[in-house]
Design a protein around this ligand. Structure first.
Ligand code: APR
Length: 311
């Protein structure tokens, strides 16, 4: 069968970290692509040189040539510009539509059987862009947002309560932005509702911090946005696809009537396997969550309209 082949497009902060985590977990050989001359090659070589130390047998290669990506099992798109302080994810739209559209089209044509995971922002609009330009069936194109948003939520809760992050489970729905809908009712610690561990007010403060989690890091870094947690989140999704693990994770998936919506990618719980999004899992929402989700969908539809005008 041979090793899996993973293409990572964009060798910036997120892309290089994706390549590092994927290689360290021995998920497959990695081809790192960027338009910059020398950067993907240098980072790829540096990462290849980590493999004897880590004891993993994966090849990592950086290139400007898409021919090297031919026949990939998975394509992870991180190309584009990142946020600076004062910018919202939506401010990136027109530049990143152009970039993500072109890289998706080229990479998909060389790897027609791949699954695509999109990380570039504004996420829900970029995953739609990649789907349109790749001409892949919708279930083979997935956006990374919910895993990161819940990772933020889970790490804040675990620190607050003083419990292992492994035992904190959480779900978030909706778009990757200020309208995300953390489902506090389904958040549990070892199966026990989180509300047993803290006041409703404290929980709400943590929800607010989660919503602003990306901006908090942009404010601290000043020259760019988060990358370690976004990369680790994309690699968790990649692992579920490549190893056909069928993890149930919150991802941006194409809706075809689920949650009463269709024609857009938005954050929902889904089972990820070798076919991509193998099932969107529908859960009952309380009226407040339903209203939050509806609002989030409106925001995503606005962005998709802009994308359609640009494509
Ligand atoms: N083809 C390939 N790579 C490209 C292209 C292109 N057409 N255009 C830009 N890039 C590359 C840049 O050269 C750069 O190396 O994408 C990389 C982006 O890296 P960073 O600027 O470090 O940004 P990063 O922090 O990695 O974020 C990338 O992910 O989380 C999102 O919002 C974030 O949209 C942003 C993306």
């Amino acid at each position: 069968m041979g090793r899996k082949k993973i293409t990572v497009i964009g060798a910036g902060n997120v892309g290089a970290s994706v390549a590092a985590y994927a290689s360290a977990q021995e998920l497959g050989d990695v081809v790192l692509v960027d338009i910059l001359d020398g950067i993907p090659q240098g980072k790829g070589l540096d990462l290849l040189e980590t493999t004897p130390v880590l004891g993993v047998d994966t090849l990592v290669e950086g290139t400007n040539d898409y021919e090297r990506t031919r026949g990939s099992d998975l394509i992870i798109i991180t190309a584009g510009i990142a946020r600076k302080p004062g910018m919202s994810r939506d401010d990136l739209l027109s530049t990143n539509v152009r970039i993500v559209g072109s890289v998706a089209e080229t990479a998909a044509s060389l790897s027609p059987n791949a699954i695509i995971i999109v990380v570039s922002n504004p996420l829900d609009a970029m995953v739609y862009t990649a789907w349109k330009k790749s001409h892949f069936t919708a279930r083979r194109v997935i956006g990374m947002a919910g895993v990161l948003d819940t990772a933020r939520f889970r790490s804040f809760i675990a620190t607050e309560v003083g419990v292992s992050v492994e035992d904190v489970h959480a779900l978030v729905l909706g778009g990757h932005g200020d309208t995300m809908v953390p489902l506090t009712q389904s958040c549990s610690i070892g199966g026990i509702p989180v509300t047993k561990f803290m006041s409703a007010q404290r929980l709400e403060e943590i929800v607010q911090r989660t919503r602003q989690g990306g901006a908090e890091i942009v404010g601290l870094l000043k020259t760019g946005s988060a990358y370690y947690a976004p990369a680790a989140s994309a690699v968790q999704m990649a692992k579920s696809v490549l190893l056909d693990k069928k993890r149930l994770l919150p991802v941006a998936a194409y809706l075809q009537g689920e949650y009463g919506e269709q024609g857009i990618f938005v954050g929902v719980p889904a089972i990820l396997g070798s076919e991509g999004v193998e099932k969107v899992v529908e859960i009952d929402l309380n009226p407040q969550e339903q209203a939050g989700f509806a609002k989030s969908v409106v925001a995503v539809r606005e962005l998709v309209k802009e994308v359609d005008a640009l494509l």
